[in-house]
Design a protein around this ligand. Sequence first.
Ligand code: SAH
Ligand code: SF4
Length: 396
Amino acid sequence: MSVPSSNTAPITQDVLTIPRKLPDGPLNLVGLTREALREALIAHGTPEKQAKMRAGQIWQWIYQWGVRDFDAMTNLSKAYRSDLARQFVVEIPEVVSKQVSSDGTRKYLVRIAGGHEVEVVYIPETDRGTLCISSQVGCTLTCSFCHTGTQKLVRNLTAGEIVGQIMVARDDLNEWPVPGAPNVETRLLSNIVLMGMGEPLYNFENVRDAMKIAMDPEGIQLSRRRITLSTSGVVPEIHRTAAEIGCMLAVSFHATTDEVRDRLVPINKKWNIETLLDALRAYPKVSNSERITFEYVMLNGINDTDEDAHRLMKLIEGIPAKINLIPFNEWPGAPYKRSSNNRIRAFADIVHRAGYASPIRTPRGEDIMAACGQLKSATERARKSRRQIEAETGQG
Ligand code: SAH
Ligand code: SF4
C-alpha cells in the first residue's frame, strides 16, 4: 500500500447497489455471537431445547458455506425456514465499487447502515493473502501523520459490519468452500489485519465478537495467529485483547521519546512510552503469541535518525518483537515528508543488526489509492475533485 497517484487510471468495476433495510427491520444474524444467536432464536419462538442445535446449523450455513438465503438451509424444515425468513436477515455490507490494482491489490468501497462508507483492501502475496479491515468510520484520535485522524469519528462499526468485510472479500474471491470438495491448503484470504480506519481498541466488544466469529472452527476458521490487531496504544484494553481475543498485536510506536510521540500519536499524553511498554511486555505471555509487531512510520527528519534506531532497540529490549518500517504515505497538506530510501535502509540495518526482523513495508495498490492512513479519505477526495470539476465546467 502506498501513495496515491491521481494520473493512473485504475480498472474500476461499479457494482449495483440495493437500498439497505431500515434499522427497525428484521434482525441481522451476521455478527451475533453463538450465544446471542441462540438467544435471538429463542426470543423469536424457537423452543429452548432445540435452540443450541438450530443455532449451530444456521451458524454453519452462514460462516462455513457463505449461505445468506434461509431457503437454501436444507437441513432445516421448510416451515422453520420460512419462519426464519420472516424474522431475520443474513446481511453483509454492500459493495459500492471495486478497484483492482495492476499488482493485484483489490480495494472495495462498502456501504454500511446510515449510508456510511468504509474501504477494505485485499493484498495478495505469494504465500498468503491479507485483508485490511476497518473498525470505525473515522477515528477519535488525531495522529498528526494520519489522514484518517483528520476525519471526525462518525461511528463504531458493529460486529456484523466488521466480520461482514471478511465475507464481502470471500464472496469476491469466490472462496466459500463447496460441500464435498477437498480442503484447499493455501487460502486466497489467509490473514486479517485490523489496520484500516479507526482505533480497534476503542470499539473493543464489536472487534472481539467479530474476530471470535472469524476464528470459530465451524466457520471462516482463521487461526488467531493470522489475525493482527493494530493499536495506537490504548493501554487499558491491551490486557483484554490478549485474554479475550488472543490475536497477534501490532502497535503504532512511531517514536522513541515521549516528546516526539506526544506530537505524532497524541494518545501518548495519556499513556506514555513506559506505560505502553509495560503493557506490551505482558502481552505475549497472556495471549500465548510469539511476538509483537512495532509499526514505525518513517518521517523525514522527525523520527528517522540512527540515534532513534538505537534508542528504539534499548526501549524494546526483552520484548519478542518485529519492527515493521512503514515509508510514510504522503497526502495533500500532510505536515511531513517520507524519509529517503537510504535513510530507511540505514535504520533497518541497525534494527536488523540488533537481532530483530525489520521488514520495510512495500507499497501496494499504488494506482488505486489503497494506502495506510488514507482509506476512505482518498475516495472522498476523488469525489470532491469530481464535484469540483463538474462545478467548474457547469456539468453534473
Ligand atoms: N488505529 C490503529 C490502526 C489503523 S492505522 C493504529 O493507529 O494502529 C494502521 C497503521 O497505519 C498504523 O500503524 C498507522 O500509524 C499507520 N499509518 C497511518 N497513516 C499513515 C500514513 N500516512 N503513512 C504510513 N502509515 C500510516
Ligand atoms: Fe486513528 Fe490509527 Fe490514524 Fe491514529 S493512526 S488517527 S489511531 S487510525
